[in-house]
Structures are given as C-alpha cells and as structure tokens.
Design a protein around this ligand. Structure first.
Ligand SMILES: Cc1cc2nc3c(=O)[nH]c(=O)nc-3n(C[C@H](O)[C@H](O)[C@H](O)COP(=O)(O)O)c2cc1C
Length: 201
C-alpha cells in the first residue's frame, strides 16, 4: 500500500480537473492505497520570494499554508499533480506550489550535472484537463513536468493522463462525455500494478 498525495492546482469546484482527480483517487483507493487531496483553491500557497532563508537553516519566512502541507509531502510515496491547462501550461497555483519545494532541498555533496541540491525521493504523476486536444495541446505542460519534476527535482515518473477535449470554461464541464474519467480510474487503480507500462498520453 502506498501513500498518495494529490495536489489539485485550481480549476472549478466541480470542474473537469476535480472530476479527473476524484476518478484517479477512487481507483487508487480501491487498489488499497491511502489517498489524500489538497486543493490549492482552499489552501493559500504563494510563490517563492527567493529570500534564501531556507538555505541558511531557517524556516520559510512566508506565513501561508505551505508549511502545513509539508508533513503530507514528506509522508507521500507518490505526488499527483492535477491541473487545468491555463495558457498552455500548468496553473500558476501549481507552479507556485512547486517553487516552494526550494525549502525542501538539502545539500548534496555530489549532485548530478546541472543539479545543485537534493530533494526528497518521490514518485510523481500528472493529471491535466484542457479544452483543446491538438497533438501539441499539452506540449509546454509536459515539457515543464518532465524537465522540472522528473529531470531536475529527480522524482520518478509514474505517468501522465492528459485529458483534452473537456470543453472550455465558458460552458459546463464536459469531461463526463469523454473516456478520461474511466482512464483516470484505471490509472489510479493500476499505478503500482503496471510498473512498466509507462505513460498514458
Ligand atoms: C485562464 C484560462 C486559460 C485557459 N487556457 C487554455 C489553453 O491554453 N488551452 C486549452 O486547451 N484550454 C485552456 N483553458 C480551458 C481549460 O483548460 C479547460 O476548460 C479545463 O478543463 C478547465 O478545468 P476545470 O473544469 O477544472 O476548471 C483555459 C481556461 C482558463 C480559465
């Protein structure tokens, strides 16, 4: 059994992204995992100020909710980032959350080329929704996920579910008319069963 933390990076309260995350969570729970969701709509996490206090052994100077989420991050085996596609990338809320990982880093005497510190070892997955579904719709978001979370921070990629064609936010959520909720359920259910099946793009 794994400890799974889903970070919901915005979107409408009962929107496509929330529904996608809930389906994933249902599958994961049925597979026996412990699952918790933190919504960045209900939790205030600001972007990093770059003050570097954390690099001198001090706690983060910001008095928002990030530090209250840190124990859940540390306990998690798997971090699942769920976001609507905003201007072709992850939501600003989710990016602000990731910036704050700066204070989770520790010194590394022998970092790999291009990295300067070490981060907690975690598995990671990405869930996204979008209005469009062109072949390039998620290109920027996937690039950010792969470069920042996997290559730089060093998390182990457990896959992505990129749910295009969910309708724009001028209308009601349309994800129930697609196959994405079923896919998310199966993704959650099998995420530690099908170790080698790779990404679900
Ligand atoms: C500020 C904003 C920017 C958006 N940018 C894009 C975009 O670049 N490409 C796209 O396909 N959809 C875009 N959308 C549509 C949403 O990604 C899509 O409707 C998503 O499923 C909404 O998620 P929600 O129902 O969880 O709120 C945007 C929506 C908003 C509100």
């Amino acid at each position: 059994m794994k400890n799974i933390l889903v970070i919901l990076g915005g979107g409408r309260p009962h929107g496509n992204t929330r529904q996608l995350a809930e389906s994933f969570m249902q599958g994961a729970r049925e597979a026996g995992h412990s699952v918790r969701l933190v919504s960045l709509n209900q939790t205030q996490v600001n972007g990093c100020l770059g003050c570097i206090a954390c690099r001198f052994g001090k706690p983060c100077v910001q008095k928002d909710d990030f530090m209250s989420i840190v124990p859940a991050i540390q306990e998690a085996d798997l971090l699942v980032l769920a976001s609507p596609l905003y201007f072709w990338t992850l939501s600003a809320k989710l990016k602000a959350f990731i910036e704050r990982f700066y204070c989770l880093a520790e010194p590394d005497d022998a970092p790999p080329l291009g990295r300067y510190e070490k981060y907690p070892q975690k598995d990671c997955a990405l869930l996204m929704t979008a209005a469009d579904e062109y072949f390039w719709t998620f290109e920027q978001a996937v690039s950010y996920y792969r470069f920042t979370l996997i290559r730089y921070i060093g998390f182990r990629d457990k896959g992505m579910l990129l749910a295009g064609g969910c309708g724009d936010t001028n209308g009601k959520p349309q994800i129930h008319t697609t196959k994405h909720l079923d896919d998310a359920y199966r993704f959650g259910k099998n995420i530690y069963r099908e170790e080698d099946e790779g990404c679900m793009i």
